[in-house]
Each structure stands twice: as C-alpha cells, then as structure tokens.
Ligand binder design. Structure first.
Ligand code: C2E
Ligand code: MG
Ligand code: MG
Length: 564
C-alpha cells in the first residue's frame, strides 16, 4: 500500500500493518530485518517457529500459548509489551506497541504494530541507563552523557600548551529546508546517513553526540595544536563532498563548525561547549566560512547579544516581562476553547520585544529556566483569576510553552506541582507545549517525566510539529495528547502538493493513535478550508485573533459570556 510505503519504508523502527483478519498488509524493511520473515514470526506459535517469541509477564517469561499476533491484538491497544525473540544463537528483546486504526478514504481497518529492539531485558537497569543516554534516532549519546565525558577528559589529561581537548560544534546546513521539501521521514533518513559519514572520519576514541535537531558535538581528546583540530574539521567537511540521494534527488549538505580548545586554560565543560557554539554561530554569519576557532574577541553582534543578555537578567527581576494570550478555537464553530500564553518583554529602551528577539539568548544563557517558570506560574494565576470572575472562562484551558531545559531539571515535576498548588488552578485546565527537541534531547528518560506530568491531569502538546525530526513512529513512544502542526505547512500547502499529502496521512494516523491535532497560523479563509479538509478540530491564527494583552483578552471573554 503506497501510503504506508511512503510513511514507513525508511523508518528505523519495525513497522507492520495487519488488516482486520490479522493478515499481513505491509511490513517495512526494518521489520524484515528484525523478524526475518514477519509472517512466520507473527503467526507461528513457539513450537512451530524456527525461532520463538516469548512474552514477559510479571517479571517471568511465559511460554506463548498463542502467536505474537494473537497476543498483541488481544491486549489493550496502545500499550507497549515486551517480547523475547529467541533465535539461535542469540536472543533479542523486542518492545511491541499495537494500535487499531481506520483509514476512511481507503475503507481500511487494521492494526499498526511498531517494534524496536531493546538491547537487553527491559527490566535490566543497565539497558535502561544505556537507552536513557542515547538519542533514539541516531543512537548517539545525549547532552548529559557528553558533559560527563568532557569533564572526565578534562580531568584525566593535563591541559598544557601542547595538549588538551577540542570540542567541535557541527551544524548541518539546509536540514530544515530539506525537511520542508521532502518531509521529515526523509529528513530522519538523511540525518542517520550524515551521522554515519561523520563517524567515518573520526577515530574510535573520539566522541560524537547529538544535541538538537541538526547540531552535533565532537569531542577529541589529546589534541596537540589548533592545526590538528582544523584538520579534523576538514575531514568532516570532506565527508560531505559527495551528494546525498533523497527520493531520487541529489542533495548537497554543508557544515558549519565551531571549535574550542582547552589548552592551558582552566575551562569547564560548559564554557568549552558554549565557546564552540558561539564560534559556530559566527561562521554562519560569515558567508562561505566553513569553520572557526573560538578566539574570544567580541564582534558587534555578540556585543549586542551580551548587552541584551545582561538586561534580560534584570528584566525578569524588574517585572518587564508580560504575557499575551492567543485564543484557540474550535474550527467548526469558532468557539474559544482555550488560549496559548506568549511572553513579551517591555524593554525600557527598545520597546516591546517579541520572543524571537530574546528566547534564543535566554536558551543559550540558561535564563530560559527562571523565565519559563515565571511564564507557567503567571499563566496559571491569570487563568484562575479569569475563571473566578468571568463565568464563561470557567472551562477554558491555557497552553504554556516550556523549554527543553526546564524538562531537564531534576525537580521539574515538583515545580509544576508547586505552581498548581500556589495558583489553585485545576490541572485539567493546563496544557504544556514542548517542541520535538524535548523528546530528542532527553531521549527515553523523558518518557517517565512526561507520564508523571500527565498523571497529574495535565495535557501535553508537541509544538511546531513537522519542523523537527521526529516521525510518527517515534512519537508513539511518548505520552502526548496533541500535535500542533507548524504553520509552515499551511503556508506552503498550496504549492507543495507532496507536503500536503504527507500531512494528510500523518493527521489521519495521529488521529488513530488517539492524538488531537491542532493547526497553527490560520491566517486566511483558504487556510481555514485546508484545516477543515484535514479534519483538524481546533486551531489558532490571525484569522480568529492575534495574541491579545490581558485586558483585551478579558474583554473578549466577557463579551463571549454576555453573548451566550
Ligand atoms: P509558538 O509556540 O509556535 O507560538 C505561536 C507563534 O505564532 C506566536 O508568535 C504567535 O504570535 C504566532 N502566530 C499566531 N497566529 C499566527 C498567524 O496566523 N500567522 C502568523 N504568521 N503567526 C501567528 P510569538 O508570540 O512571536 O512566539 C514565537 C515563539 O516564541 C513561540 O512559537 C514559542 O516557540 C516561543 N515562545 C513564546 N512564548 C514563550 C514562552 O513563554 N516560553 C518559551 N519557552 N517559548 C516561548
Ligand atoms: Mg507554542
Ligand atoms: Mg508553534
């Protein structure tokens, strides 16, 4: 089936689709790789199969009285189950998630099975820690483990004029454009391929980590000179010379590389990483420059940024931040169901600044953490106040953006609980928005945190969906309620037919996975028609209302209450 082929052929997870009669409709190449013969593996009982699948229950392996397929389909949908695939000479653990779904346009009822290998028994603490520390897509280590490795490296070898460590911050150009053009499944595939090539030019002792969508860090230990660090950057560039092939098209990828060196300076891991990042940002501003070593000198832009950084610190303390609220509506009736809170900064000299002008700085400096918690508390406080004074605000929710750095804090759950307690807002009226980078950065360890937040009764949204690097098969592992489709999809939907088609399939499957789909950036009647055709139930955008300050929002809510 073409639609499944388009969506899942290049997916790293094993994806199997069976019809209502439990007949195999589709298995992607990963499924063939993982299971051997999927039909055989799914339908055979242990006695029949050359290999056998065993299910784990209450800590013990039980012999399968039925086939994997029967067992999975009899189970509660959406829950992940663990199986042991016994095949001589080795055994593999599989995590299997099943979900019933229906594609009305094809009149197809079936089951989606998503499987991936778990390195050891799912109970083993060892496997947990190895998964928690890795990015699901590329299997590279994440920020936490990288920081430990850098610290270790700094500690182990003497930092002298002749010897130290180098950090290379590697940014991949055009990945977003490629995602926009070819879809994020192709983007995922490309990323894996890029990582493969980057690894080719590194030594086994070098470390490579993925920090965000298109940003990688290489740690090189025991490096003698700047020239040696540049040689490594050149080797990375050389790996990108031959084009990548996506959907039959040849694509050239470039790198921007920023380098920092520890030599004879007493720098900590955090500073080295920040220096490499800053050097990388500077190469981007100088067209044609491929890499740069952090030199410490300040350019005009970094000076501006530093200035803003200093005043942002004070802004939080001086109460210069405030929130605007953008109504979120039911597309069919245009009835307001909630609102997204969006931060603004009333800068004493520069006037009102939009988040685009300072969220980046806040993220780089860690100021996003106090800023983010202030936004959450203020949003909850304001909604509670409206609920108490405006009858029609009683059932509205507020949707609040949270940064991945907040999710990485060990006490994230306690902080959320404390804010709900202080503001007395009932958790059912709170939604938390996060970008796909939250899922990528924190990898599997985030699942428990998200599940705990949801257990409190709070709903979770993935913001700007489609601009990052997750695919649906990756998303199903995370306990989220809503996908907010990025507005770039609406902007280009007219001209980019392939994108619209992929979007349609994703929306349908998301639906069948029980996710709500929200459209952002509905500006025109045409957008609205597109959103309706996609069967998104709710959305936000200038067509309904721009973000409003507190008093304008209150006025809208009041007029709504008198009208009904
Ligand atoms: P977002 O979360 O995707 O928020 C939606 C953005 O789209 C808002 O921009 C909103 O004003 C804008 N928008 C809404 N409707 C339309 C439309 O019809 N057309 C167009 N072209 N734009 C529309 P804003 O307020 O500038 O925020 C930009 C981004 O800054 C947000 O994107 C979010 O990622 C970030 N941000 C805003 N407030 C916070 C915050 O409190 N914490 C964090 N961590 N990030 C925030
Ligand atoms: Mg948002
Ligand atoms: Mg968004």
């Amino acid at each position: 089936m073409n639609i499944f082929k388009n969506l899942f052929d290049r997916c790293g997870d094993a994806v199997v689709i069976v019809n209502e009669q439990a007949g195999l409709t589709y298995a992607n190449p990963s499924a063939w790789g993982l299971l051997g013969d999927p039909v055989m593996m799914l339908t055979a009982t242990p006695g029949q199969a050359q290999g056998a699948l065993w299910k784990k229950q209450q800590g013990r392996l039980i012999e399968q009285p039925r086939s994997l397929l029967q067992t999975v389909l009899a189970h509660q949908p959406g829950l992940s189950q663990d199986f042991l695939l016994q095949r001589s000479p080795a055994a593999t653990w599989l995590a299997v998630t099943s979900q019933a779904f229906h594609l009305p346009s094809l009149d197809f009822h079936g089951w989606l099975l998503l499987m991936h290998e778990v390195s050891q028994s799912p109970d083993s603490s060892d496997s947990h820690s190895s998964l928690a520390s890795r990015d699901v897509l590329t299997s590279l280590i994440n920020r936490t483990i990288l920081m430990e490795r850098i610290q270790q490296a700094l500690h182990q070898s003497p930092q002298t004029q002749q010897s130290g460590i180098a950090i290379l911050c590697v940014d991949i150009t055009r990945l977003k454009a490629i995602n926009d053009t070819f879809g994020y499944l192709a983007g995922d595939r490309l990323l894996v391929e890029i990582v493969h090539r980057l690894s080719n030019s590194l030594r086994p002792t070098d470390t490579i980590a993925r920090l965000g969508g298109d940003e990688f860090i290489v740690l090189v230990e025991d490096i003698a000179t700047e020239a040696a660090a540049i040689a490594i950057a050149e080797a990375l560039h050389a790996q990108m010379v031959s084009p990548f092939v996506i959907n039959g098209c040849e694509i050239n990828i470039g790198l921007n590389i920023g380098i920092s060196l520890s030599h004879s300076q007493s720098l900590d891991a955090d500073t080295l990483l920040r220096q490499a990042d800053r050097a990388m940002a500077e190469t981007k501003q100088h067209f044609g420059e491929r890499h740069r070593i952090f030199a410490g000198e300040l350019t005009a832009t970094t000076e501006d940024a530093l200035h803003l950084e200093m005043s942002l610190k004070q802004a939080i303390e001086n109460g210069e931040l405030y929130l605007e609220y953008q109504p979120m509506v039911l597309v069919r009736t245009q009835e307001i169901v909630g609102m997204e809170s969006l931060v603004r900064w009333r800068h004493p000299e520069q006037g009102v600044l939009a988040p685009g002008q300072f969220i980046g700085i806040a993220e780089r400096t860690g100021l996003i953490i106090p800023l983010g918690w202030w936004v959450l508390e203020e949003s909850c406080r304001q909604l509670k106040a409206w609920q108490e004074t405006i009858p029609q605000a009683q059932n509205l929710f507020v949707s609040v953006n949270m940064s991945s750095q907040q999710f990485a804090q060990p006490d994230v759950l306690d902080r959320i609980k404390a804010i709900l307690q202080r503001t007395r807002l009932s958790p059912e009226f709170l939604k938390i928005e996060m970008t796909e980078s939250v899922l990528i950065d924190n990898s599997e360890s985030i699942i428990e945190i998200l599940a705990a937040i949801r257990d409190l009764g709070i709903r979770l949204s993935v913001d700007d969906f489609g601009t990052g690097y997750s695919s649906l098969s990756y998303l199903h592992r995370f306990p989220v309620d809503t996908l907010k489709i990025d507005r770039s999809f609406l902007e280009n939907a007219d001209s980019d037919y392939e994108k619209l088609e992929i979007l349609q399939s994703v929306v349908r499957l998301a639906w069948n996975l029980g996710l709500e789909v929200v459209a952002e950036g509905i500006e025109t009647q045409k957008h609205l028609a597109q959103v309706q055709a996609l069967r998104c139930e709710s959305g936000q955008g200038f067509l309904f209302s721009p973000p409003l300050d507190q008093s304008a929002m209150a006025a809208i809510l009041r007029s709504r209450s008198t009208a009904s």
